[in-house]
Design a protein around this ligand. Structure first.
Ligand SMILES: CC1=C(CCC(=O)O)c2cc3nc(cc4[nH]c(cc5[nH]c(cc1n2)c(C)c5CCC(=O)O)c(CCC(=O)O)c4C)C(CCC(=O)O)=C3C
Ligand SMILES: [Fe+2]
Length: 404
């Protein structure tokens, strides 16, 4: 059998892959001059919008949850609890409609710029699956796809798992010899992703009752998905030494700082908090949980909170249930005024930013010219060996990364 396309080799460079010193502040010289960044123009045939997927009716709920948790030891009680969140909304997650809307917005943005790149949509965990999108690509004769995953940060769940599922989908459809998939860089610090949060914090601060002191009585809570501490430690290239919480936490902290500053709220207290923990209690996950953090705030003199769903690209179930339902209820119980900021969704800056992320690959834009609002980026086009590994599940082949 012919070798499968596992995407582990960077494509032969037609120009120097990285100008020395031009890439990642704080990276080792090897990371900067090596093969981790690929800045070679590529004539892609289509964009692959890769979503998480969600159920769209009561009968979908359990099969969807089984897909998500396959082989991952999520306790049954946790599945029941999560099923209840979906049941409450008629068994339908808003996420698929949000991705249909995003696809339409991307198509409109591409058309308005005169760019002829079709957008194919496939999910990791529900219909339409990645396999369906690849079959569709093949029927249309598309050979080179550039993927946008609806996930901004580095970690197993938010980066590598998408890349593994691309490799699986090529294998399942036997299209590995025909179709190549590259993926745009993690875009946590792309201005298109960050701008909607800046606007959201600015608006939320303006919206709070006038008698609440902005400097002593408000706390901004940047919320993201908790992940197992072992996954967090493996997020991002090990040699860059990101400290507690790995690149995953470091990226969130760095973006939060920029959001506060750009929202004109540099002196307002803030913290990074986590939500949606699953897995057995014996396994450490990133903390504090948002609800625990909220409970501490009245004693610190806070009267209001602003919740910023910094880890999420759309108002899907984790936002609607864990924030709008649970966290807002916790705030109310503790007498706090609370405002939840919108996610990027189909904000024009976000949609334009995603198109820009595709174009920087089409054009082979050098890293030095790629927009990034934190010192950590612009992130890698091709992940480093071992980046975002899952030590519990072990090695699985993944695209858009360098083999260990
Ligand atoms: C980092 C991260 C993101 C953000 C990045 C990204 O967006 O990709 C994210 C997004 C999402 N997570 C989602 C849903 C679920 N995540 C689960 C489980 C887990 N998520 C994890 C992490 C993340 N998850 C982890 C470490 C687990 C434990 C199991 C495992 O090790 O993989 C489970 C199983 C039950 C439970 O335990 O909650 C469900 C149902 C939905 C869809 C929502 C909808 O339907 O609207 C979305 C967008
Ligand atoms: Fe999740």
């Amino acid at each position: 059998m012919a070798a499968k396309n596992l995407g582990t080799k960077p494509r032969p460079a037609t120009s120097a892959p990285c100008a020395a010193g031009a890439v990642v502040p704080g990276a080792t010289p090897a990371a900067q001059s090596g093969d981790a960044h690929v800045e070679v123009p590529v004539a892609y045939d289509a964009i692959l919008l890769a979503g998480f997927g969600g159920p769209e009716g009561q009968d979908d709920v359990i099969p969807f949850l089984r897909n998500v948790t396959a082989g991952r030891g999520i306790p049954d009680e946790r599945l029941e609890e999560v099923a209840h969140h979906y049941r409450h909304f008629g068994g339908t997650s808003p996420i698929n409609q949000q991705n249909r809307d995003l696809k339409a917005a991307l198509e409109a943005e591409l058309a308005s710029r005169g760019i002829d790149l079709p957008v194919l949509w496939g999910n990791r965990n529900w219909d339409p699956y990645l396999n369906d999108a690849l079959r569709e690509a093949n029927e249309a004769g598309h050979r080179r796809l550039i993927a946008i995953a609806t996930s901004a940060y580095s970690s197993y769940s938010s980066c590598r798992q998408y890349r593994e599922d691309f490799a699986d989908a090529l294998e399942d459809t036997s299209l590995g010899d025909v179709i190549e998939i590259d993926k745009v860089r993690q875009f946590f610090d792309h201005p298109g992703f960050v701008t909607p949060f800046i606007e959201g914090v600015r608006d939320a601060l303006a919206e709070l009752p006038a008698d609440i002191d902005r400097l002593t009585e408000v706390e901004v809570l940047f919320a993201t998905h908790s992940i197992p501490s072992t996954d967090a430690a493996k997020s991002g290239p090990a040699e860059r030494g990101f400290g507690e919480g790995g690149a995953y936490a470091a990226q969130h902290r760095a973006v939060a700082e920029v959001v506060m500053r750009e929202a004109g709220a540099g002196d307002v207290p803030w913290q990074l908090v986590y939500q949606s923990r699953s897995g057995p209690p014996s396994m450490p996950w990133l903390e504090p949980d948002i609800n625990d953090a909220i409970e501490e705030l009245p004693a610190a003199g806070r009267k209001a909170i602003i919740i910023v769903p910094l880890g999420f690209v759309s108002d899907h179930m984790e936002v609607l249930w864990d924030l709008d339902n649970e966290a807002l209820e916790t705030a109310e119980e503790h007498g706090l005024v609370a405002v939840r900021v919108p996610t990027p969704g189909t904000h024009p800056a976000y949609v334009a930013g995603l198109v820009d992320l595709v174009l920087e690959r089409v054009n082979g834009t050098p890293a030095a010219e790629r927009p990034a609002v934190t010192e950590l980026g612009p992130w890698y086009d091709v992940c480093r060996p071992g980046c975002c590994e899952n030590v519990r599940l072990g090695f699985r082949p993944a695209l858009s990364g360098i083999a260990p």
